[in-house]
Design a protein around this ligand. Sequence first.
Ligand code: ADP
Ligand code: 5GP
Length: 192
Amino acid sequence: MENRKGAVITVSAPSGTGKTTIVKEILKEFPEIVFSVSATTRKKRKNEKNGVEYFFITVEEFKEKINAGDFVEWEKFYDYYYGTFKSYIDDNISAGRPVLIEIDVKGALHVKEIYPEAVLIYIYPPNLQELEKRLKGRQTEDEADFKKRIERAKMELSLKDRFDYLIENKDLNIAVSQVKSLINNIINKENS
Ligand code: ADP
Ligand code: 5GP
């Protein structure tokens, strides 16, 4: 069909739940999905590459992009800015490609306001203790950042009922296969 737009899919979860781990598996399984690379002002982690996980930019550069209207949405949390590029999403969905956005919980709700057809997936941890354990085990945050992430997780967990699909990440393999099957359905529905 002509002019068919690609799906917009968001994946959200409190920090440390496992969404990046799951999204990496999804992108391997569905090479046709375009990953929306956000901009951030936080520091690059050891295993990250500029332009792959994020575009790592300065606060000044970020503010210029806000003023230029480059973002669909942006958020400031844990003292860092994060923003989703509008033209990247629009270009890809206009070309019929599905776009996956890994985004915080509030950001996903903003995306739905701009793209009402977006499908919002929420991944949640078995409990807060397990979340703390995973976040500590990842060893990417200092103590202050860790505390901020856990505080924010409590707020984010309270918003989960506003999402289209909820998936628990207890056993990683099970969660990955549930998200794969869900995304398969979303993409095939768009193409039918
Ligand atoms: P997020 O992107 O949600 O912040 P990550 O994908 O970075 O989370 O995962 C946080 C940590 O938890 C990582 O060390 C990851 O290997 C681990 N992890 C992910 N899923 C599980 C799971 N089901 N059980 C145990 N550990 C997990
Ligand atoms: P991290 O620093 O762990 O990579 O990400 C912190 C949080 O920012 C995660 O919940 C992640 O999904 C979210 N995030 C990443 N990119 C964006 C974005 O463009 N906008 C918003 N609002 N959140 C984002």
